[in-house]
Design a binder for this molecule. Sequence first.
Ligand code: KG4
Ligand code: ZN
Length: 356
Amino acid sequence: MTFRGGPVLGIESSCDETSAAVVESGRVLGHVILSQDAHAVYGGVVPEIAARQHLAHIDGVVARTLEEAGLEPSDLGGVGVTAGPGLVGALLVGLNWAKGFAYALGLPAIGVHHMEAHLYANSLDSPDASPPFVALLVSGGHTLLLYAPRWGTYQLLGATRDDAVGEAFDKVARRLGLGFPGGPEIEKLARRGRAGTHRLPRPMLSRRDTPADSAYFDFSFSGLKTAVSLRVADIEAEATGDDLEAARADLAAEFQEAVVHVLVAKTMRAVEHTGCSRVLLGGGVARNGPLRQRLADALAPAGELFAPSPRLSTDNAAMVARLAEHRLQAGEADGLDLNADPGFPFPGLSEVERTG
Ligand code: KG4
Ligand code: ZN
């Protein structure tokens, strides 16, 4: 099936957002994001519940999206859907819905990679957000530092060796007695606290490492999470009432500061190493105000930072539709054998050769 132009419908269901969007020539015509609140009481996403919620809501979400765009299904030119990585049951709902819809309407369909779509979120807000660039992708499941000489070709500079950044925010929030998702809760609490009161490590920032060492660009957040947990136990043993609340806020501020410091330092290493000072930020943690601010400051005055608007930073279907449109325009499409792939490898990714 070939793509003959026209609006592209995107579907996202890899985790706990059921989302649909219509994009044409990089412009969003309609976009609905339904964040499932059924998980909050469990303090994390329950895969089985996520899949069932997607199934219950996907028809309505697409109908509202088409209505917002003022389009009928027959006006569409193609369909794009997140095929992975993600929760397999959740992915299957969106993927099978998209394949059935494309088959019924005779439209070309394409499966896209969720994290590559997070990169494309930037090109919806700013058409100039194009390669070459260094990318920092920070979500609940991934932490990736990439260099992209062109769309579809990515060099992996660094990744997390254990927890993803968003996962660390979520787990630390839980330890501090905050709600889920934890990132926004930590950011809010940190505003009332002072970094530096409780000193935490800045993991993987040895001055002795060189670009030939994988530790130079890699991340690790699980030790930091444990350090927070130990300090929480200390302060809970020492303080009560308002003092305890103040100590919690100080700890949230120090944790956020440690994470932001490491993310900015590693990104600046990548900028120096590649000689490319255009940086794209993507993924849910890109919503974090201090991260955006500090990265922008570090890159000024010569570099440029692109970060998606808050709505396009966390999971959404507009980024999926944008990437799908790009690939359909390039003549690519998938057949009906397209399957959900929870471990979908990042397309076009090559490892950097290291001598050390
Ligand atoms: O990209 P995303 O919506 O879903 C995944 O692909 O994982 O990212 C969700 C993650 C969660 O871990 C959440 O806590 C984090 O993004 N997050 C934040 C903020 N808003 C969302 N982390 C730090 N600061 C925020 N303001
Ligand atoms: Zn995501």
